[in-house]
Design a protein around this ligand. Structure first.
Ligand code: ADP
Ligand code: MG
Length: 328
C-alpha cells in the first residue's frame, strides 16, 4: 500500500449486484515502478481476466516515456539535447505537444523540462544539504518549455540547449490511466476504474448500475472521510508532498519543483483535481501545487469540468467553486 493511501487516500468503494448479473473484479499489480489497480465490471472472471490483461499492457508506454531506460524514446531526446532533433513516434510527439500546451495554460508551473534539476535533487534520502545558489541558477537556466522545439512535419523533438532534459513524472501515470481506460472501453468493458498509484480514471457504473464513489480522506486525519464524491466518466488525481520528499536540516522538501527557482514548491500539503481526463488532472495537480492556493484555485475555476480540493500547509481546506465538502 503506497503512502498516498495512508495519508490522503482516495478510497474506492464498489459493490456487486446480481440484478444485472454483472460482477466487479479487481487486480493489483506493479508497473513503471508504481502500484496499479484495475477494477472492472464483467459477467464472469474469464471475461474480467481478459480485460485486466489488456489494461496491464503498459510496456509500450514505458518504452516511450521512461527516463531511466536509456533506450526509451525520451532518453534519446535527452541524450541529444543541444545536439540534434530526434525523430519519435507520433504518440510521444503528441504527448510532448500537449505537455507544452499545458505549460502555456499553467504559466509554466507544469513544465516537463523541469528535469534539468533532476541531477541536483534526488528525493531518495540522498539530499543532505540545499544546492548552492550558483548550481540552482545554472540548472534553472536550462528549464523552459519554449526551448523544446517541435517539428510536426518531420515528427522530431529538439531540446535546443545542451544539458536540457525532459521527464514525464507529473503526467505519465495519468496518461497511462487514460490509455488503459480507452483500451477497455473499446473492448466492451461496461464500467471500471484504472488506478495508477492514486491517479484514477473511471467510466460506466458499478455492477448494480450506480455511480462509482470516491471518498476523499483528510490527510491530517486519515480515519476521517471529509467528503464522498459520486463520479461519472471522470478522473481524480492527487499530488502530495508525502509521496516523495527529502528532509534537509529538519525541513521537508517535496518532489514537485518550481521551474522558476529549481526549488521544491512550498505551501501545499496535497492537491486533488477532478477532470474529464487523468492526463489533464495529473498535470493540473502538479501545476496547482507549484502555483499555490490562490493562483491555483483561480486557474481551476476558469476551466470547464475541472474542480480542485487543496489542503494547504496549515491544514486548511480550499475548494474550487463547484465542490461542496460535507462533513462525514
Ligand atoms: P505524484 O508522483 O505524487 O503523482 P505528481 O503528479 O505531482 O506527483 O508528479 C511529481 C513528479 O513530476 C516529480 O517526481 C517529478 O518527476 C515531476 N515534476 C516535478 N516538478 C514538476 C513540474 N514543475 N512540472 C512537471 N513535472 C514536474
Ligand atoms: Mg501530476
Amino acid at each position: 500500500m503506497s503512502s498516498r493511501y495512508l495519508f490522503f487516500s482516495l478510497c474506492v468503494v464498489f459493490c456487486t449486484s446480481v440484478v444485472f448479473a454483472q460482477k466487479t473484479f479487481t487486480e493489483k499489480f506493479s508497473k513503471m515502478g508504481s502500484s496499479f489497480e484495475v477494477i472492472v465490471v464483467a459477467k464472469n472472471k474469464e471475461v474480467a481476466d481478459g480485460f485486466i490483461a489488456m489494461a496491464k499492457n503498459y510496456n509500450r508506454i514505458e518504452n516511450l516515456i521512461s527516463s531511466w531506460d536509456s533506450n526509451s524514446e525520451t532518453s534519446k531526446i535527452n541524450q541529444n539535447a543541444g545536439v540534434k532533433p530526434v525523430k519519435v513516434s507520433k504518440e510521444l510527439w503528441d504527448l510532448i505537444e500537449r505537455s507544452q500546451k499545458l505549460s502555456q495554460l499553467t504559466s509554466g508551473a507544469f513544465d516537463i523540462s523541469y528535469a534539468a534539476v533532476d541531477k541536483i535533487w534526488t528525493f531518495d534520502g540522498g539530499d543532505s544539504e540545499l544546492p548552492a545558489e550558483a548550481v540552482l541558477k545554472r540548472s534553472v537556466a536550462k528549464i523552459g518549455y519554449k526551448k523544446i522545439r517541435l517539428n510536426q512535419k518531420d515528427q522530431t523533438v529538439f531540446l535546443s540547449q545542451a544539458g536540457m532534459k525532459i521527464g514525464f513524472g507529473a503526467i505519465g501515470k495519468g496518461y497511462a490511466a487514460d490509455r488503459a481506460k480507452e483500451t477497455l472501453v473499446a473492448a466492451g468493458a461496461s464500467g471500471g476504474i484504472i488506478n495508477a498509484s492514486g491517479d484514477m480514471n473511471t467510466w460506466g457504473t458499478q455492477a448494480d448500475g450506480s455511480d462509482w464513489n470516491v471518498a476523499i480522506v483528510n490527510p491530517l486525519n486519515s480515519k476521517k472521510v471529509f467528503s464522498w464524491f459520486s463520479i461519472e466518466q471522470q478522473a481524480v488525481v492527487t499530488s502530495g508532498d508525502y509521496e516523495r520528499f527529502t528532509t534537509i536540516a529538519g525541513e521537508r522538501y517535496s518532489h514537485i519543483i518550481d521551474p522558476r527557482t529549481g526549488m521544491p514548491a512550498k505551501g501545499i500539503l496535497s492537491c486533488t483535481i477532478f477532470a474529464p481526463k487523468a492526463e489533464l488532472a495529473d498535470a493540473l495537480a502538479t501545476a496547482t501545487f507549484v502555483m499555490g492556493t490562490t493562483a491555483g484555485i483561480f486557474l481551476i475555476n476558469q476551466l470547464p469540468k475541472v474542480e480542485a480540493i487543496i489542503i494547504d500547509a496549515m491544514g486548511r481546506i480550499h475548494t474550487s467553486k463547484n465542490i461542496k465538502i460535507e462533513d462525514d
